[in-house]
Write a protein that binds this ligand. Structure first.
Ligand code: NDP
Ligand code: HSE
Length: 328
């Protein structure tokens, strides 16, 4: 049986999740895909620290070393920020590796460029994990867009914000306590600024806009408001009135073709579809011409939900390459 080699760039919450799932599902994936996958390199900033027992010999800080590994064909990317992530993936694609990323900061800005480059090099880019964690919104959109037009997208796209707002309301926790817990659960980024300022949801919304409409609005025209200014007393008062805060991202293509978007907290009542979406859950409602409104709900962050969709991307890519559809 053929063996292909993979690298994992970044070995924090998501990177370790990929490694665990690839090990746990090794036999099943091998049987379904007819290919053995070996994780041959793991790229981090500090290779002296073994995060998972038995991986010390795989660790490196050098992308040259990753690409020099013979038989390297798949690169999973779970590091943070636009650079060096984009440059690493560009090099991987030029090296004819398929790439699978969770990095929305990079992908919101450079995703179209990366996909064009991948096409020119005959490889695939998987990006399901960039948006809404374990919720399969990217593959669903790709599928429905074959026939439907999407006119509007509305959703809760940041698990950390939703978790914090839920815990403040339901448990009476302070903002800081809820944020600390979201960090310890692996939902919030190490630097949570993007989460709580709304920038993370904004980047995800821009990825969805590019997919739905083939373009994004001018970033400078989008109002982005976070949850950092919502106080415990505001949450309590809303609750007494039967309302809940949700951090909502929305983008719409107007009839004149202009794309407009906004991101910020909203108060919703119990009739609103986002009212019951609690904890780390995300929800994405897609308004389409033929289906009507389609809403997807599920865990928006965390090690296993996120890593599992990246491994699914891998299975789909390998299946496509071999010319078959992977089924269970
Ligand atoms: P972590 O902070 O847990 O891990 C980040 C990893 O990236 C670390 O291993 C770090 O190395 C490594 N890293 C950072 N910068 C570099 C660099 N310049 N070169 C090499 N390695 C680097 O982050 P997460 O796992 O939570 O997130 C990873 C990515 O996935 C992010 O882009 C995030 O937005 C995205 N994401 C996260 C989700 C989640 O639920 N956590 C869900 C969906 C997407 P070292 O260990 O040496 O510091
Ligand atoms: N920090 C992000 C969130 C991770 O809380 O939604 C998932 O992209």
């Amino acid at each position: 049986m053929a063996t292909i080699k993979a690298a994992i760039l970044g070995f924090g919450t998501v990177g370790q999740g990929i490694y665990h799932i690839l090990n746990e599902k090794r036999e099943e994936l091998k049987n379904k895909l007819g290919i053995e996958l070996e994780v041959a390199k793991i790229l981090v900033t500090d290779a002296s620290r073994e995060r998972v027992p038995g991986t010390a010999h795989l660790m490196t800080t050098s992308m040259e070393e990753v690409l020099a590994e013979s038989g390297m064909q798949v690169v999973f990317e779970a590091i943070v920020n636009e650079e060096p992530a984009y440059s690493y993936l560009k090099r991987a694609v030029e090296h004819k590796c398929h790439v699978i990323t969770a990095n929305k900061v990079m992908f919101a800005k450079r995703g179209l460029e990366l996909q064009d480059l991948a096409k020119a090099n005959g490889v695939f880019v998987g990006f399901e994990a960039t948006t809404a964690g374990g919720v399969p919104v990217i593959k669903t959109m790709k599928n429905i867009l074959l026939v439907n037009d999407v006119s509007r997208i509305q959703g809760v796209l940041n698990g950390t914000c939703n978790y914090i707002l839920t815990k403040m309301r339901a448990e009476g926790w302070s903002f800081d306590t809820a944020l600390k817990e979201a960090q310890s659960l692996g939902y919030a980024e190490a630097d949570p600024y993007n989460d709580i300022s709304g920038q993370d949801a904004f980047k995800k919304l821009m990825i969805l806009s590019a997919l739905a409409f083939g373009e994004q609005p001018d970033w400078a025209d989008v109002d982005v408001i976070g949850i950092d200014s919502i106080s415990a007393s505001q949450v309590r008062e809303a609750c007494e009135k039967g309302l809940r805060y949700r951090h909502v991202a929305e983008v719409e293509k107007l009839t004149n073709g202009k794309i407009v978007a906004k991101v910020g907290p909203q108060l919703v009542d119990k009739e609103h579809p986002l009212y019951p979406v609690d904890d780390v859950f995300n929800a994405v409602a897609l308004e389409t011409n033929y289906i009507g409104t389609l809403t997807l709900v599920g865990p928006g962050a965390g090690m296993y939900p996120t890593a599992s969709v990246m491994v699914e991307d891998y299975a789909e890519i390998i299946g496509k390459r071999a010319g078959f559809v992977v089924t269970i």
